[in-house]
Ligand binder design. Structure first.
Ligand code: DGL
Length: 276
């Protein structure tokens, strides 16, 4: 039987955004192989019902397990908010989401306890961040703002477009008037808009990207289950610089180009798989 420690870690998101988490995992755990799924056929998850997002998450999780992953990282806040519990119960491997690591990081840096959370409509409506933050800091005041246009703007490559700036300024105005000192980027796509959001909020506000904290918690989890890889993975075929296999449920070539340009990752190939 092969050593479970050398199995890949499954990471999934509705699209591109979760690559920010995959990148942070690679930076923290360079010995690990990653299997990344972007559910590009069904992005965005944000406006979909909790039942639908749970069904998608279970389909992808089951496929990742069939592929032999040793753990699953739900690199999507919306899927974490709606499906982390059912996935953890249904999967035979450890499952980690991004909400709890993001909440932990926010509580660590806030000075005033006034914390903004931006995310998809689904994530904000679920109240998952408010619950996670207040479980750690019961006196914190959490202000959630849904930013439903951010994901389509990012997936369309409009990161530096003037329209994105205008929309960001409209979405973020309420958090500026309240005077939060910390803003959680509660969607794994949003680190790609970090500069726009930071310019809007100003230097006195700390932006929290849950990716690095998720990678730290994942390292602890793998260690606890004795699942940390012990040797460097075989170099990937071709020019691919990262030990990562990438799968998209639609338009894999478009996904490959977008991933390369946003994340500066040379990917020689993105596979196509339809999840049912
Ligand atoms: N990147 C995802 C998240 O973190 C979801 C974006 C979407 O599909 O709406 O919530």
């Amino acid at each position: 039987m092969s050593d479970p420690r050398s199995a890949p870690i499954g990471v999934f998101d509705s699209g591109l955004g979760g690559l920010t988490v995959a990148r942070a995992i690679h930076a923290r755990l360079p010995h690990e192989r990653l299997l990344y799924v972007g559910d590009t056929a069904r992005v965005p998850y944000g406006p979909k019902s909790p039942e639908t997002v749970r069904r998608y998450a279970l389909q992808i999780g089951s496929w990742l397990v069939e592929q032999g992953v040793k753990a699953i990282v739900v690199a999507c806040n919306t899927a974490t908010a709606h499906a982390l519990d059912v996935l953890s119960d249904a999967m035979p491997v450890p499952v980690l989401g991004v909400v709890s690591p993001g909440a932990t990081a926010a509580v660590r840096v806030t000075r005033t306890g006034s914390i903004g959370v931006i995310g998809t409509s689904g994530t904000i409506a679920s109240g998952a961040y408010a619950r996670a933050i207040m479980a750690l800091a019961p006196t914190a005041v959490v202000h959630g703002v849904a930013c439903p246009l951010f994901v389509p703007l990012i997936e369309e490559g409009m990161i530096t477009h003037a329209a994105t700036q205008l929309i960001a300024s409209d979405y973020l105005r309420p958090l500026q008037s309240i005077g939060v000192d910390t803003v959680v980027l509660g969607c794994t796509h949003y680190p790609l808009l970090r500069q726009v959001i930071a310019a809007e909020m100003g230097p006195q506000v700390t932006l929290i990207d849950s990716a690095a904290e998720t990678a730290r918690v994942l390292a602890e989890l793998l260690e606890r289950f004795n699942l940390l890889a012990t040797s460097l993975p075989e170099p990937a075929a071709g020019v691919q610089a990262m030990p990562i296999r990438v799968v998209a449920s639609d338009a894999p070539e478009h996904f490959r180009r977008m991933a390369e340009s946003f994340l500066d990752w040379p990917l020689d190939h993105v596979e196509h798989h339809v999840f049912t």
